[in-house]
Design a protein around this ligand. Structure first.
Ligand SMILES: [Zn+2]
Length: 240
């Protein structure tokens, strides 16, 4: 049997942190949780994935806790779900965010300097790092190469998600944006943050609060993941 890909779904905010709130009182944390749970259920029914949620109710989960989970587990991909907001009420549409090179290099350098820091890496990387324990340059090179692979994966997967989003949401651009965000800065996990629309836009907020639209978004992310992992990993397996 094939090993399942572990997808960590991170519904943004929660508990005392409502995220963005619009003039009608709709809270970002409620929409992210609903989409997150819907995405989890879709992934669970696929034999490709093993989905895990960072929260499955309205509880507060600190950034440290979310990052600790990534540090201590082998997660194939992290999807953080958010809803955007803007003072300009006319702004609408979805976007995808991935980490900057600068942030990642900083995180890698910090890890190399800090000998007490424990991060879970897949066996092949772990063995290399362990062997090169005292060779900081090689250790850094290995982690930089791994990050290059992660970034390729993030850009490719964004493409797959955009192909699905195109059918249901307005998109200003179909390439990811780069940001230095704590949730996207784990050096052992590729990740992306999806802004699923604007809570401050009248027509988009009206859709975002409906079950039907939340289903559409969850399904678009699911189809993006499924197509990407099938095309990338299963076709490789068939070739060998
Ligand atoms: Zn947010």
């Amino acid at each position: 049997m094939l090993k399942k890909f572990i997808i960590l779904i991170d519904p943004g905010h929660g508990g005392q942190d409502p995220g963005a709130v619009n003039s009608l009182g709709l809270q970002e944390k409620k929409i992210t949780l609903k989409i997150g749970i819907k995405l989890k259920n879709l992934l669970k029914n696929s034999n490709l994935f093993y989905p895990v949620l960072t929260r499955n109710d309205d509880s507060y989960v600190s950034l440290k806790k979310r990052r600790d989970f990534l540090k201590n587990n082998h997660v194939s991909f992290l999807i953080s779900i958010h809803v955007d907001s803007s003072k300009k009420k006319y702004v609408s549409g979805a976007s995808i965010w991935i980490t900057t090179n600068e942030r990642m290099h900083r995180e890698i350098n910090n890890f190399i300097k800090d000998t007490k820091e424990h991060i879970y890496f897949p066996k092949n990387i772990q063995n290399l790092i362990q062997n090169k324990k005292y060779d900081l340059f090689l250790k850094k090179t290995i982690l930089d190469l791994q990050f290059n692979n992660f970034q390729k994966m993030e850009i490719n997967l964004s493409n797959y998600v955009f192909q699905q989003f195109k059918k249901i949401i307005k998109l200003d651009k179909i390439t990811p944006n780069y940001a230095s965000l704590g949730i996207l800065s784990s050096i052992n996990t590729p990740s992306m943050l999806i802004e699923t629309g604007f809570i401050t836009n009248f027509s988009e907020e009206k859709k975002l609060r409906t079950d039907e639209y939340q289903n559409k978004i969850a399904n678009a992310i699911y189809m993006g993941l499924k197509n990407y992992f099938q095309d990338t990993f299963l076709s490789n397996l068939r070739d060998t």
